[in-house]
Design a binder for this molecule. Structure first.
Ligand code: ADP
Length: 196
């Protein structure tokens, strides 16, 4: 296959707007959006074994173990063998997940072209998640204690992923404060400047 593919990681703390922007990018660039959070929640809703296992961790604000998450992601990618590229949202969240993703893509003759981080300060994030918790039925958004825990996990395990891709020269940061349209425009400008 010699079509040009585009594989992006949309990165940032919980509540930074990744899901909203990923949906728009999916359409604009004809990519397949894979959100591990969405995948876990749909497994939970269906009451699958994987969903039950994932819920034990998610309800505490902890990460689901790497082997479970990586296995689920791999299946999802393989089910889209004809994709023109992927937007990864909520993945990778740990160093082993980043290494597994690079290996999976390499096996498919592909690579990550860019990681783009939506930069949002912590106090703004807390406000957004509490607001989202009011009208979503996500229990992990409603309890301030769990939200704080997710932050700690983001800072300690996930934030270092930025440096992993920055060392490869493919990490970008954009301001995650502003209108949805403004942020989307900045994302598109960053993507269009890539030499893919
Ligand atoms: P948010 O980005 O708002 O924290 P997500 O919907 O991406 O929410 O994820 C919700 C929860 O699902 C996480 O707190 C975690 O428990 C679990 N989860 C999602 N993605 C991963 C991942 N890549 N590795 C481990 N756990 C994950």
């Amino acid at each position: 296959m010699d079509t040009i593919m585009l594989n992006l990681i949309l990165f940032g703390p919980p509540g930074s707007g990744k899901g909203t922007q990923a949906e728009r990018l999916e359409e604009a660039y004809n990519l397949v959006h894979i959100s591990t959070g969405v995948l876990f929640r749909s497994e939970m809703d269906e009451g699958t074994e994987l969903g039950i296992r994932a819920n034990e961790y998610m309800s505490r604000g902890e990460l689901v173990p790497d082997e479970v998450t990586i296995g689920m992601l791999k299946n999802k990618m393989l089910s889209h063998a004809d994709a023109e590229g992927f937007i990864f949202d909520g993945f990778p969240r740990t160093a082993p997940q980043a290494e597994a993703l690079d290996q999976l893509l390499e096996d498919m003759g592909q690579q990550i072209d860019a990681l783009i981080m939506l930069d949002v300060p912590e106090d703004e994030i807390v406000k957004r998640i509490v607001l989202r918790g009011k009208d979503s039925n996500r229990p992990d958004d409603s309890d301030p204690e769990i939200v704080r825990k997710r932050f700690q996990v983001y800072q300690s395990k996930t934030a270092p992923i930025y440096d992993y891709y920055n060392e490869k020269g493919i990490a970008f940061k954009i301001n995650g404060i502003g209108s949805i349209d403004e942020i989307f425009q900045n994302l598109c400008d960053t993507i269009d400047s890539l030499h893919v």
